[in-house]
Ligand binder design. Structure first.
Ligand SMILES: [Fe+2]
Length: 441
């Protein structure tokens, strides 16, 4: 076992070069245990009934996520490599295959909430069996076999971590949707708008000269296929905001009639806004001229300086237009992240009185996912991962928008400067925010 695995320090398996998989075998096995356990810990506060619900076609029940992540290991590792392999239940291949057409047919995604069987208890037995068989395989196989399956193992761990974030955002959507009907705010202050806090956004523009910039993953560790190939992009000179747009900024936008001015909105965005009656970010609630946001414990006041979240690309773009700015291109965002280093800066609040926070730096890289203006498409020389994982990313490269960064729900070490998240432009149940950019004069 490695030093890192024994000291209790978090083990970042994504930084591990493939050639070191064997040397770090015990640490990878420990990481497998940790990731599997963490999914169950996230789910455990929710009742079986809550874990069953699905509030919209794009979201899935917690129970389904717990089963699907097990199906992934069962299908891509156990079925491939385990001696004397037997499916836990062959019908689960249909129920818990998400979108892998080459693997087989799938139960309709919008109806996952109707899947009363298997029940949660049965799903937990499934998880347990898959975890046990995986550990038997990982601990018992020879080095040659471990080397063969290690890349799929690391992909499976990253996959389960992605679903951990989805568990949190999907159950939040389901429960907050319900809580929406439960009446008035019960606690705390509404959004605080005192004068020292009201001018908190874009409190610094950072200059970038432009020129050739490396975009895409460079390194020996794990990355998703959509981060490759690293290549040069030619950037024009630009400026980027040091901070994300805040709740207070958003209220200014709303008070200025931002949701009512069609000239600020993309055509599709205006149609979406009108059709759905959108007039504020998801989970916001106005009572007696005060704004609250709904969280699982009930509506509560919002810190004015905290980054606005749960907004669509359409809203982000309209806000940027209102500010005579724009959203960053993903290559610009990546250059900013590379220039300032990829470090965790999830501070509970900004500290504008602290000189350090006024200095020339960039904040909130990983506080919320940040909409870019870049369509999600293949990089030059992109090649889908080999084998069944070919369907993981590449086939979604149409009609979606890239988000960069990470969020408070993202697993530690999961994201990085080159990481490309992607959603449809109307999606807003993730922790989505925006950082303004503009062309240099
Ligand atoms: Fe998945």
């Amino acid at each position: 076992m490695t030093e890192k695995a024994t000291t209790g320090e978090p083990f970042n398996f994504n930084k591990l070069p493939a050639r070191d998989y064997l040397e770090q075998r015990q640490a990878l096995i420990q990481a497998f245990r940790t990731v599997r356990r963490h999914s169950e810990q996230i789910a455990s506060p929710f009742s079986p009934e809550d874990q069953q619900i699905q509030s919209m076609p794009e979201a899935s029940p917690v129970k389904w996520h717990l089963a699907h992540t097990s199906w992934f290991f069962e299908t891509f590792i156990l079925a491939e490599f385990a001696p004397r392999f037997k499916w836990f239940n062959e019908h689960f291949c249909y129920l818990f295959n998400s979108y892998y057409n080459a693997v087989g047919r799938q139960y309709p995604r919008p109806q996952r909430g109707l899947m009363s069987s298997p029940g949660l208890e049965h799903v937990m037995q499934y998880r347990k069996q898959v975890t046990t068989h995986m550990l038997d395989l990982l601990q018992g196989c020879d080095d040659d076999l471990f080397e063969k399956l290690a890349a799929s193992l690391v992909l499976g761990l990253n996959h389960e971590q992605q679903h951990q974030e989805l568990i949190m955002t999907d159950i939040s959507h389901a429960l907050l949707y319900r809580n929406c009907e439960q009446g008035q705010p019960v606690s705390k202050q509404p959004v605080c708008m005192n004068s020292s806090e009201s001018n908190s956004s874009t409190n610094g523009w950072l200059d970038f000269k432009g020129g050739e910039a490396i975009t895409g993953y460079q390194g020996q560790g794990f990355c998703f296929d959509n981060e490759l190939a690293a290549h040069l992009e030619l950037l024009q000179p630009f400026q980027i905001a040091s901070h994300l747009v805040s709740n207070a900024d958003w209220i200014e936008f709303m008070d200025a009639g931002g949701y009512d001015d069609p000239l600020l909105w993309l055509c599709d965005g205006w149609a979406w806004k009108m059709k759905n009656g959108i007039s504020c970010p998801l989970y916001w609630l106005q009572v007696d001229d005060n704004w609250y946001h709904r969280i699982l414990s009930g509506p509560e006041g919002m810190p004015a300086r905290r980054a606005v979240s749960h907004i669509s690309y359409y809203e982000a773009d309209a806000f940027a237009s209102w500010k005579n700015a724009r959203l960053p291109r993903e290559a610009e965002w990546e250059q900013v992240a590379r220039s300032y280093g990829w470090k965790t800066n999830r501070e509970p609040d900004r500290k504008p009185d602290n000189k350090k926070w006024r200095s020339n730096s960039v904040y909130d890289l990983d506080r919320c996912w940040q909409w870019t203006q870049s369509a999600y498409s293949a990089y030059p020389q992109f090649q889908a991962s080999p084998g069944m994982a070919a369907e993981y990313n590449g086939k979604f490269m149409v009609n979606q928008i890239v988000l960069r960064g990470a969020s408070q729900a993202t697993a530690a070490f999961h994201s990085r400067a080159s990481y490309r998240n992607f959603f449809y432009p109307d999606a807003r149940w993730q922790f989505t925010s925006l950082r303004l950019a503009r062309d240099s004069d």
